[in-house]
Design a binder for this molecule. Structure first.
Ligand code: KG4
Ligand code: ZN
Length: 330
């Protein structure tokens, strides 16, 4: 059973975890949200500086909490992309240092695979094959994992904005704060989700790609037109539209592949309305739904460790010249 220490610094969370095949021994996450909030988004330079300052502290805390001896570790894993290049490089340099000093292999992990592997952590009985809907700040992808838990086939992806990006941009238009997802979710609670019928782009069956930029523009036009807009109704109607598209596309992916297991992960998967609707549809259509707890949907190093463990289990090779790739994809 591989024991892996992992580091995640791709965006605005600094995290270190130690995981023994699906068993989390420690997982420390320090969010920088408070720092970036006043700028209305993540400032890459500031994010990198904070990772640099906090990583050694969090690392010590994670090792202490795990109660392991570092020599027991089989490998050091680190997120190599996609993400902010400066932030990724801080994590990568730190991980290289640990790997060299412990004489252990260094495993470069795709952050997107990490998000999907969060489901392995939460549901240790989950087996292949499954469809995965990955919804984060930068990505919206429908994937199918058939014979491998690390190499998916891409069924569809966004042609423009990611779902999380749409939440963040619309929250900015509504002037309700950053990050947009949680802000929209909160404001929506007192709004009418059926007040505005925003577009549900490309919801038709055959196509598994997404598009969210038109929806954002519809919100902008509405705000320009309405004299006294009700922010709660707009937020709730917007959220309902994104949720409808994500849920129906994921169901189409299950129908097209003939599979009955759906994994949903990434920051947007912590959205309560999305979770509710997925649960409801899984009961109606009788498919298995695997959504990790909210803390594992947003960025954390435990999911990166589990992805590295899946890579080790499948005998993946690990090049010595690991580099960061801000635009890494599957
Ligand atoms: O996966 P994640 O933590 O970081 C990336 O890899 O991008 O996702 C961050 C994204 C942000 O766009 C944020 O607004 C969105 O996830 N998000 C949410 C919620 N919580 C975070 N979107 C909708 N509802 C939420 N509750
Ligand atoms: Zn992420």
């Amino acid at each position: 059973m591989p024991l892996v220490l992992a580091i995640e610094t791709s965006c605005d969370e600094t995290s270190v975890a130690i995981v023994k095949d699906k068993e989390i021994l420690s997982n420390i996450v320090l969010s920088q949200i408070d720092i970036h909030q006043k700028f209305g988004g993540v400032v890459p330079e500031i994010a990198a500086r904070h990772h640099l300052k906090n990583l050694p502290i969090i690392y010590k805390q994670a090792v202490k909490e795990s109660q392991i001896n570092l020599s027991q570790i089989d490998a050091v894993a680190v997120t190599i992309g996609p993400g902010l290049v400066g932030a990724l490089l801080v994590g990568l340099s730190f991980a290289k240092g640990i790997a060299v000093s412990l004489k252990k292999p260094l495993i470069g992990v795709n952050h997107l695979l990490g998000h999907v592997c969060a489901a392995q952590l939460a549901f240790d009985f989950l087996t292949l094959p499954y469809v995965a809907l990955l919804v984060s700040g930068g990505h919206t992808e429908l994937l199918v994992f058939e014979n491998s838990a690390i190499k998916p086939r891409i069924l569809g992806r966004t042609l423009d904005d990611a779902a999380g990006e749409a939440f963040d941009k619309v929250a900015r238009l509504l002037n309700i704060g950053y990050p947009g997802g949680p802000a929209i979710e909160k404001v929506s609670k007192s709004g009418n989700p059926h007040k505005y019928n925003f577009p549900r782009a490309m919801i038709e069956r055959e196509n598994l790609d997404f598009s969210f930029s038109g929806l954002k523009t519809s919100v902008l036009y509405l705000l320009q037109k309405e004299k006294d807009p009700c922010i709660a109704d707009i937020a709730a109607s917007f959220q309902e539209s994104v949720v409808d598209v994500l849920v129906e596309k994921a169901i189409s992916a299950l129908q097209i592949t003939g599979l009955r297991k759906l994994v949903v992960s990434g920051g947007v998967a912590s959205n309560t309305r999305l979770r509710e609707k997925l649960n409801q549809r899984s009961k109606e259509l009788n498919f298995e739904l695997y959504i990790p707890p909210k803390a594992f949907c947003t960025d954390n190093a435990a999911m990166i460790a589990q992805a590295a463990i899946e890579m080790l289990n499948e005998g993946a090779s690990f090049p010595l010249n690991v580099t960061a790739d801000p635009a890494l994809s599957f």
